[in-house]
Write a protein of this length. Structure first.
Length: 139
């Protein structure tokens, strides 16, 4: 059985009061990247993106892009996405932003409404991706 590798981004969130990260950003196993959920928070200032759910989706996907590229993958290698939103009233705005930011061909996707998301945000995204061009992990 292949060993799993964990990745902690150096460009990620720093939570006050925690000496070490709460979780890793991604786990790699058998050339597949399993990413933790990402929210539309800017890791430089620890603030949610201003604007609407579409703006926070763009920030969340940019956060994902950074981690994917660090491990040798990218948005174009995403195999599956799961999007959690707090209101289906925001679905059309979220979907429009998604169509503008995700490269084609877009991966299969699930979108579900949930009661709450941490930090009071309205969107969280997780994904599974392949390592790019059958490369081995950069870790």
């Amino acid at each position: 059985m292949a060993a799993r590798q964990v990745h902690f981004t150096q460009n990620g969130f720093k939570f006050p009061g925690f000496k070490s990260p709460i979780m890793c950003n991604a786990t790699i196993h058998n050339n597949t990247v399993y990413m933790a959920g990402n929210i539309g928070m800017n890791p430089r200032n620890m603030k949610l993106a201003d604007g609407n759910i579409g703006d926070r989706l763009k920030q969340a996907i940019d956060n994902m892009r950074v981690v994917l590229e660090e491990v040798g993958s990218g948005l174009e290698h995403i195999l599956m996405m799961k999007i959690f939103i707090t209101s289906m009233d925001d679905y059309d705005i979220m979907n429009e932003a998604y169509m503008n930011v995700m490269p084609e061909p877009r991966p299969p996707r699930t979108c579900v409404a949930v009661k709450e998301i941490p930090f009071g945000t309205d969107i969280e995204i997780e994904c599974i991706a392949a390592l790019g061009d059958a490369r081995r992990s950069k870790l």
